[in-house]
Design a protein. Structure first.
Length: 310
């Protein structure tokens, strides 16, 4: 009886708190509704990966085929190439893009001239707001046969390079254009981490005669290391989730051997060829691998550095 009374009192007090702060709960309701409607409810459609989906019969009426579409993908000619291209591009992007934001953030943190600091921060941050289509258009103008880059190349070696047509150049073009676009934005995260470091550490280091390089090594790097590890974990979890738009816009028949990744392949077999069950199976496989990678890397990071997502 006492337990029932206690539960009733707790429910009443909880309801009173909700009524008192209903504005805050309403604000929470908006993103919560978005997640439920656009993230969780669509999971019901993932079952077509295990069915032979028929538009006329619908999701619930289509016959089950088990893991047939997964097995077909694993046995397909494209499987090895897609995995190598996707994982290679993602690892290249993660490793190459890891250090530049840190260098930029630390440099800005020690910049004494406020005008120079704000100018550099604005110039490096602005490319983030350029849309993917515009970015690719700029790259086409710069890297075409008659573009500015090839004008310099012809002056040096005498003949232009087909940057957008040769498969070996695709990953480099994709990754470093992305680094140029996102370094300034990512540096803001590290600047926030640097701002949270206790200033007394810097004061003590200066009193002890520590140079800027020693302050960076013994104060700044350890201070931003937890943030860097979290970002690295999140990047590793997306090892098979290379963005679709930029790859698709840069892709052509000449570089497709190097540029064809899982996302573009799913687009071709799913929307173009209308193999909905097969493409859903590939997408589900991609998500499962990402979840496994996230869990493994998070566990390793927790043991090695005691910093993790959970």
């Amino acid at each position: 009886m006492n337990n029932n009374m206690a539960k009733g009192v707790n429910r009443k007090s909880a309801w009173v708190k909700i009524k008192k702060h209903w504005q805050l709960y309403f604000v929470i309701l908006i993103p919560l509704s978005y997640i439920i409607i656009f993230k969780y409810i669509p999971m019901l459609g993932a079952q077509i990966a295990f069915k032979n989906y028929n538009i006329g019969k619908g999701i619930w009426g289509s016959p089950w085929v088990g893991f047939k579409h997964f097995i077909d993908f694993f046995r397909s000619y494209e499987f090895k190439r897609l995995i190598i291209n996707t994982a290679g591009l993602s690892v290249y992007q993660t490793l190459a893009g890891f250090v530049p934001p840190i260098i930029l953030a630390v440099s800005l943190n020690y910049a004494e001239n406020r005008v120079i600091r704000k100018t550099v921060q604005m110039v490096t941050y602005m490319p983030y707001f350029i849309s993917t289509v515009i970015l690719v258009s700029i790259m086409f103008q710069l890297l075409s046969i008659n573009g500015m880059v090839n004008q310099v190349v012809k002056a040096i070696i005498g003949e232009p390079i087909q940057f957008l047509g040769e498969p070996k150049w695709f990953k480099t073009i994709y990754v470093w254009s992305g680094i140029w676009q996102t370094t300034g934005y990512n540096a803001i995260i590290y600047l926030a981490a640097l701002a949270g470091i206790d200033q007394t550490l810097y004061e003590a280091a200066i009193v002890d005669g520590a140079s800027i390089w020693k302050r960076i090594w013994y104060i700044d790097i350890p201070g931003i290391l937890p943030t860097a590890i979290i970002l690295l974990i999140m990047s590793t979890a997306r090892i098979l989730e290379v963005g679709f738009e930029k790859v698709y816009l840069l892709q052509n028949n000449m570089n497709i051997q190097s540029s064809d990744v899982i996302s573009t392949y799913v687009y071709r077999v799913g929307l173009v060829s209308m193999q909905y069950s097969y493409s859903s199976a590939i997408g589900l496989f991609q998500s499962v691998i990402s979840l496994i990678m996230l869990t493994l890397v998070n566990a390793v990071a927790r043991k090695v550095s005691e910093t993790s997502l959970w």
